[in-house]
Structures are given as structure tokens and as C-alpha cells.
Design a protein. Sequence first.
Length: 155
Amino acid sequence: MQYARRHLGFLVGLVVAGVAFGALYRYLFDPLEERTLPFFIRSCLHAVAVICSGWAVQLGFTAAPRSRLGNALRRLPLAGEFTVKAIAMTAVLTTVTVAVEFVLYPTLPGTHWFTKDLPRILVIAFTASLLVGAIFELRRLVGDRVLGSFLLGTY
């Protein structure tokens, strides 16, 4: 929790990104008749929930080195550690995506949602979580100042 408090600006950025991705997803992939304000708000809330859950998993793995789970993960080969983390991330993202769908929408999702929309949402969310995880790992390994200098081209 202290880690989340220290990175409050990043959390706010994730919420803003979630709102933007939710609106963009609704605009790009959903039918024209579903492009109304209530649907846009639901999509934004859905995206914020998925992004924040992905970040929570990343925070859990950041805190894991000091736990028994972290010790067990460190003993695995790198491919094994990555596989365990990927499976955990996929499970959390799938659970949150389906749960939020049931909470936000008054009707049950049809087979179209499970066969077309859910896989697309999970691919986008998993890719974004890998990108965010890579940025956090890079920050942890090289530090903020070096990473900032590299990104600005002043390194």
C-alpha cells in the first residue's frame, strides 16, 4: 500500500489512460447504436477496473520478493517465473473483465461477447500490463534519472 501511495501520480495516470482506452475501445469496436454516453461511461469504468487490477498484480509481484511466494519464484528458472507471472496476470485480468461485465451491464453478455469481445479485451489488457510491467522493471533496474535521460536522449 505504501508503494501505491508513493506512486499516486502514476495511479492517476493509469486512471486517465483507462478512461481514454475505454472511450477509444467503445468508439472503435462497438456498434454505432451503443455509442451513447451511458455505454461510454461503462466502457471507461470497465477499462479503469482492468488497468487497476493489472497494476495491482504488478504491485503484488513487486512485493513478492520479500514473501514465501517470492522465494519460490526466485528458485524457478527465468522462463518458469515468467510463465507463473503470465498465468497469474491472465487469470486476474479474465476474472476482473468478466466480473465487471456482469456488474456494469443489466443484461447477461451473449456468446458474441465471450467469443469476440472478451479475447480482444484480454489481448489489449495483457499487452498493456506487460508494457507497464516492463517500464516498472526498467525503472527498478536503472533508476528514474537514467531512464529519464535515456528517453530524453541526453544519456
